[in-house]
Design a protein around this ligand. Structure first.
Ligand SMILES: Cc1ncc(COP(=O)(O)O)c(C=O)c1O
Length: 469
């Protein structure tokens, strides 16, 4: 817990020393970023490369990162709890990862010829996550879920996919449905597919079935009705893209039972949770054995790397027994390819990550530090009698402002994201990047130590003071 006297001083300094709004302070501390933004926005919509990175009045541009800090082009230093949207588990520039990558760079970049590293990393993944008997590599979480869905469709011969309302699985057309739309279609118990982007063909809505995470009866009814058409159910184990919505009442185990009973494949999207929550991912923690799993983020240690894999019979479909070219029978396989798949430089980083996570101290440290942060935040909130709930799971967490407890995606979406954004901005101008100020959840790395958390809580408290709900 933060020291109360120092707390008060920091707060007073924040109040009396500087009467400007956070936006005004931000604008004056990020002048060079503002100039870069003017150039970038000339050519890149919003001056960014991913819609989520856009922020008001302009984003700050990173110059470098080290340990748990990011330094921007103006020289400002931020303690980093965004951690590359969860991809960084060991802090920036982890020596072992950097050495592995630079060693591989000296051997050349991509050849599009398989490397031994593929086998090495695949062996590790399969040993840590036993449900993964066969796997393939990809470059991003989006690719991993896209390929996993095609594999499920190829195996079952069925077209429809069921996804949880509030679940995010990347940006391809099959999954960009029913995530954060302000007005979701259908009712909470009978949600209807709601697109969250323009440009998705309407025809695809016919392939998407949506179910309410954490409501097992409604989930059963929906899946039962569609059982003959569904190739797969895809879900994040913890809905980490509407904050941090943890499964309740054995929801994941029950979901697996339903899928088994109805003959539907279960795909667990562990792009965020894989190797972060535990060595064996969320499936280890919640005791589920999905048919297929997708990985990304932490797997690459900051480099582009993803994978999908699972049951041997399902994954075997990726290759046909007919290897002639062009194939005589067609289509006999589920196609998966990519010039940069299993990029050796990224794989070298993955191999280093796989070795690092073999050490139990990684997870005990993350548990301790995350506990300090998330319980410390809740304590500050409770001390102020604010209505806000800190939801967390392992080394990721989120503050739901304006709510005491959140169980469903619709409830998560209705919480005060505007207050979260204001609080995030108040903290950002004090050098604390608590996730994306716009509302990304927080992540913790092994590079965070107790003194960092003390400092973070002091700043968080100034932020609470400023938003004061
Ligand atoms: C659960 C989940 N799946 C898939 C993705 C997509 O991954 P990427 O951004 O690497 O395409 C994300 C990204 O945040 C994610 O959180």
């Amino acid at each position: 817990m933060p020291n109360k006297t120092r707390d008060k001083e920091t707060r007073n300094k924040g109040r009396t020393g500087d009467m400007r709004t956070p936006a005004q302070r931000y604008t004056s501390m990020a002048r060079y970023s503002s100039a870069v933004y003017a150039r970038a926005a000339n050519l890149l919509p919003g001056g960014v490369e991913s819609n989520f990175r856009h922020m008001d009045p302009f984003p700050f541009y990173a110059a470098r990162a080290e340990g748990n800090r990011i330094y921007d082009v103006d020289g400002n230093e931020y303690m980093d709890f965004l951690l590359s949207q969860g991809a960084i588990l060991f802090g920036h520039r982890k020596r072992q990862i950097e050495e592995a990558v630079s060693g591989q760079l000296r051997k050349g970049a991509n050849t599009a010829i398989p490397t031994e590293l593929c086998a090495t990393v695949a062996e590790k993944i399969s040993s840590y996550v036993p449900s993964v008997r066969l796997l393939r590599f990809a470059n991003s979480g989006t690719e991993a879920t896209m390929h996993a869905l095609r594999t499920a469709r190829g195996f079952t011969g069925k077209d429809k996919i069921a996804k949880a309302e509030g679940g995010y699985h990347g940006v391809h057309d099959y999954v960009l449905w029913s995530i954060w739309a302000p007005k979701m279609r259908g009712t909470e118990k009978r949600p209807k597919a709601t697109p969250i982007s323009k440009g998705i063909p309407k025809a695809i809505s016919k392939t998407v079935v949506v179910f309410p995470f954490n409501d097992i009866e409604a989930t059963y009814d929906i899946l039962h009705k569609e059982r003959d058409n569904l190739a797969a159910v895809i879900t994040e184990p913890v809905l980490a893209n509407v904050g941090c919505l943890v499964p309740r009442d054995n929801y994941l185990k029950e979901l697996q039972k339903i899928c088994n009973e109805l003959g539907i494949l279960l795909i667990l999207d562990e792009v965020i949770t894989g190797f972060r929550l535990a060595r064996g991912g969320a499936q280890e923690i919640y005791g589920v054995k999905p048919d297929l799993t997708t990985f990304g983020k932490a797997l690459g240690g900051g480099f582009q790397m993803a994978a999908f894999g699972g049951r041997k019979d399902v994954m075997t479909d990726l290759l046909s027994s007919d290897d002639s070219w062009p194939p005589k029978k067609w289509p006999t396989q589920t196609y998966h390819a990519g010039t940069f798949n299993a990029h050796p430089v990224s794989l070298a980083a993955s191999a280093a990550v796989m070795s690092l996570i073999a050490d139990d101290r990684v997870y005990s440290h993350l548990k301790k530090i995350s506990g300090m942060l998330f319980s410390g935040l809740q304590q500050l909130i409770d001390d102020r009698r604010m209505t806000a709930h800190v939801a967390s799971c392992g080394s990721m967490g989120h503050i739901y402002f304006g709510a005491d407890e959140v169980r469903t995606a619709r409830a998560a979406i209705k919480t005060r994201w505007d207050v979260l954004g204001m609080w995030g901005m108040e903290c950002l101008v004090r050098g604390m990047l608590f996730g994306h100020p716009k509302g990304e959840k927080m992540f913790v790395s092994t590079a965070h130590v107790p003194e960092d958390i003390e400092k973070a809580l002091e700043v968080a408290d100034c932020g609470f003071d400023a938003v004061g709900t």
